[in-house]
Design a protein around this ligand. Structure first.
Ligand SMILES: *[C@@H]1O[C@H](CO)[C@@H](O)[C@H](O)[C@H]1NC(C)=O
Ligand SMILES: *[C@@H]1O[C@H](CO)[C@@H](O)[C@H](O)[C@H]1NC(C)=O
Length: 811
């Protein structure tokens, strides 16, 4: 240990202070270290020290030094820290006295404490933080904290250093008060984008030996300044969107970046279009740049959009980009079918190609989605024709027939070719109006009706009916009797037709024996304009009633007959005596005659053929048999009830004519009488005949005129002359063919029509002609006058060779 011992010897007065000693020692000497040999320096004997009870007096101060009396040395009692003892005061010394007794002596001792470099410079804060904007200008100063060093002198703080030196320099300024101002000066510009944190170390060094130093760390945070604009990653974006995209559909994302940080780097996106409706349709997420749909996109309104997007940072720096959006068509429009004009009805005889309706059909979609095909339901006589773009006409393509189909429901179905396809339809109703194109049609091709004779006039016989397929007035059928003649008389005098119902009524009472059937035609006519008509034949068959009794033609009946059939006595069994010939003008069963023997003089001798009326002998004639035989034969028809006639036959059984004559002499007297009556009758009849002829002629003339008047009106004529047709009948005995010519005089009361009598008259053999087909052409003219007693007188006017006229007269 280096020690400097300064020895000051003061001569002190004997009374109080004998001497003064100074020492200089460094601080921080260990305990027990030698400060100085005080005995020697004060020139005192060690014994004196002991005897004088030398001691150190410090007053109130701490005792750092002790006195070793045995060796006369001053030693360090307590470690001395100069900085604690004196601080920055220089020089720093300990002052105390050494006091001796016997005699009392006082010595002043001063110990100067010298500094050693035992303290490093110290910064109060070891970390210093700065926040410096990157835009700080060069030369900006930032004050730093000073370091402290308790040492003094050279041991005190001497210098500072800052590292690294890139951005900042250190500048130390002496201030008037002697302190130093330490500043950090920006010498190169900061750029947060390159380096946002700077770390520096400030070192303080003292002047001791060795030098001690202290450090402080400086953290510089470079604060961002909005010195960078946002930049979009692409200037142009492209996207597509379906029309009708839902709101919120994201089309894409634009993105811009900003090199700044924090607020300065925060980008807000916005759409800047102003002139169009883009902002109504699209929206951008201000934070992330997602472009989304917010409105209704309709391909049919706009097919492209150009969205201008701007990115703005908080400092207001911007960039912009565009997004081109193509709208994709979606088949979202159903074809629209508009009826421009439509006929509600069309006349049924319209020509094919008649336009019924005009339609406008369109689909605003594009391409396939807008391609329309239309169809109408099947089985219609109509076709859809394309007139021009979007225009169609509905035309008839075949003939129409209201009677087949009176109207059509036309459903027009249009569909586009989109996928899925959309379609729409319209239903039109077309009525076919009627044209009178159908004639009435009778339900049957012909009608046959039968009516019993002797009917009451006005009786309905049959109903004819015709249908007309047309409509309303065109289908209203009325019935008309077509005029024709039956037996030379207008048919209207036989029947009438009810115009509305088609019921055919008998106008008169029919007589089968006069007319068996007749035909006429009924016209059915509709109410169209012009009317159409058709006709049908109606045949009326008159049915026979058994209203006529059989009439015996042979043998001719006279009041008292002279005529007799002669049977020779030699006649064999089965000899044909005669044949009763009768006819019945009725027909069928009603005319089927049977013959029976009713009375006979000798029933055992004759028989009558039931069917043929032949009278034959049934046994050998004998002499005993009377000459004069009388037979009564009844002729009966088969009607219900049956009618009959009787005939008396005289038979003479004789071998010679004189025999017969003698037998029948009483007849001669009768003959004289008869002759007289005949002559008388002849005269009367001749007169009446002439009168009758005149009467008939005048009546005929009158009728002829009336007929001309009534002919058209078809009125029931009171007197109708007619000529019965060829009359053929099969009697029980063979075929008889007669031509009758009647003239019937009747009253206007036609109900008394049963007064007719047919009186075929002939005195000749008419039935046994060998040929059987011989035709008798006796024209018999009969005149019957109603209302006279039922008595008949018959006159034969001529012989059988001539044309006989028999007048049958009811007197
Ligand atoms: C047309 O439609 C109407 C109502 O749907 C129906 O009453 C009518 O019978 C239809 N007509 C035809 C001809 O189908
Ligand atoms: C009756 O019908 C036929 C065809 O059926 C026709 O030829 C004739 O002219 C018609 N007569 C009348 C009067 O209408």
């Amino acid at each position: 240990m280096a020690r400097q011992v300064l020895l000051f010897v003061y001569l002190l007065s004997l009374s109080s202070v004998r001497g003064q000693v100074s020492y200089s020692i460094p601080e921080e000497m260990p305990k027990g270290s030698l400060v100085g040999n005080i005995a020697q320096d004060l020139g005192l004997d060690l014994k004196r020290l002991k005897s004088g009870k030398a001691r150190i007096y410090t007053g109130d101060s701490a005792e750092y030094i002790e006195l070793n009396k045995e060796r006369g040395l001053l030693l360090i009692k307590e470690r001395i820290d100069r900085e604690a003892l004196c601080g920055q005061t220089m020089p720093c010394a300990l002052h105390f006295q050494i006091i001796l007794e016997n005699p009392m002596e006082l010595f002043r001792v001063t110990i100067e404490i010298t500094d050693i470099n035992d303290n490093s410079p110290v910064f109060e804060k070891s970390e210093i933080k700065f926040r410096i904007s990157e835009s700080a200008v060069i030369g900006s100063k930032f004050a730093l904290e000073r370091a402290m060093d308790p040492d003094v002198g050279v041991n005190d703080l001497q210098s500072y250093a800052l590292s690294p030196k890139e951005n900042f320099n250190l500048k130390i300024k002496n201030q008037p008060d002697g302190t130093k101002l330490i500043e950090m000066v920006l010498q190169t510009a900061l750029d947060r984008e390159k380096r946002d944190e700077i770390y520096l170390i400030l070192t303080a060094v003292d002047g001791g030996d060795p030098k001690l130093s202290g450090t402080a760390q400086i953290y510089v945070t470079v604060l961002d300044v909005n010195d960078n604009a946002p930049i979009f990653s692409q200037p142009l974006y492209k996207s597509t969107v379906n029309e009708n995209a839902l709101k919120g559909t994201i089309l894409g994302q634009v993105s811009a970046s900003d090199a700044d940080r924090d607020g300065n780097g925060d980008i807000i996106y916005s759409i800047t279009n102003t002139m169009d409706n883009v902002r109504d349709i699209f929206d951008v997420n201000a934070n992330n740049g997602e472009i989304m749909v917010r409105g209704q996109i309709d391909f049919e309104k706009a097919r492209h959009y150009e969205i201008h997007i701007q990115a703005t940072d908080e400092g207001g720096l911007t960039d912009s980009c565009k997004m081109l959006v193509d709208v994709l068509d979606v088949n979202d429009n159903i074809p629209s079918v508009n009826v421009l004009s439509m006929s509600k009805t069309i006349i049924e005889n319209s020509k094919p190609g008649t336009v019924v309706a005009m339609l406008n059909i369109q689909d605003p979609d594009s391409e396939q989605n807008g391609q329309i095909t239309c169809s109408i339901n099947d089985n219609l006589p109509l076709a859809l024709k394309s007139a021009s773009d979007h225009f169609y006409s509905l035309v008839t393509d075949t003939d129409l027939d209201r009677e087949r189909e009176s109207g059509y429901n036309i459903s027009i179905m249009c569909s586009d070719e989109g996928s899925p396809s959309l379609s729409s339809s319209v239903t039109l109703t077309l009525q076919i109006s009627d044209v009178n194109d159908n004639a009435p049609v009778f339900e049957r091709s012909s009608y046959v009706a039968s009516i019993s004779e002797n009917n009451t006039p006005g009786l309905s016989i049959i109903r004819v009916k015709a249908r007309d397929a047309d409509w309303n007035q065109n289908a209203r059928v009325s019935y008309i009797l077509q005029d024709s003649s039956v037996n030379g008389v207008s048919v209207s005098s036989y029947v009438s037709v009810s115009a509305d119902s088609g019921i055919i009524h008998a106008v008169r009472s029919f007589d089968y024996e006069q007319i068996k059937d007749f035909q006429f035609r009924v016209i059915a006519q509709d109410g169209g304009s012009p009317p159409l008509s058709s006709n049908v034949s109606v045949k009326i068959v008159i049915q026979d009633q058994n209203d006529n009794a059989p009439q015996v033609l042979y043998p001719v009946q006279t009041g008292s007959s002279l005529v007799a059939e002669i049977v020779p006595r030699s006649a064999e069994v089965g000899y044909l005596v005669t044949k009763v010939v009768a006819v019945d003008v009725d027909s069928g069963q009603n005319a089927w005659l049977s013959y029976k023997l009713q009375k006979a003089t000798d029933r055992a001798l004759f028989e009558v053929g039931l069917q043929n009326g032949e009278i034959r002998t049934v046994r050998q004639v004998t002499d005993k048999d009377a000459v004069k035989q009388k037979l009564t034969v009844v002729v009966e028809d088969n009607g219900h009830p049956s009618r009959s006639a009787t005939v008396n036959i005289n038979v003479a059984v004789a071998d010679s004519f004189p025999e017969v004559l003698s037998e029948f002499t009483d007849f001669t007297h009768d003959n004289d009488n008869l002759t007289f009556y005949l002559v008388l009758a002849m005269a009367v009849v001749s007169f009446l005949f002439i009168v009758s002829i005149i009467a008939i002629l005048s009546v005929k003339c009158y009728r002829w005129r009336r007929e001309r008047i009534f002919h058209k009106s078809g009125a029931n004529l009171p007197v109708i002359p007619y000529y019965p047709p060829f009359y053929a009948d099969v009697g029980g005995t063979g075929t008889l063919q007669h031509v009758y010519n009647y003239e019937v005089c009747r009253t206007t009361d036609s109900r008394n029509s049963d007064m007719k009598h047919a009186r075929p008259s002939s005195d000749s053999i008419i039935s046994l002609d060998t040929s059987g087909t011989h035709t008798l052409t006796h024209v018999q003219r009969e005149k019957m006058v109603h209302g006279y007693p039922d008595t008949q007188v018959r006159f034969k006017l001529s012989d059988k060779k001539a044309c006989p006229i028999t007048l049958c007269y009811r007197l």
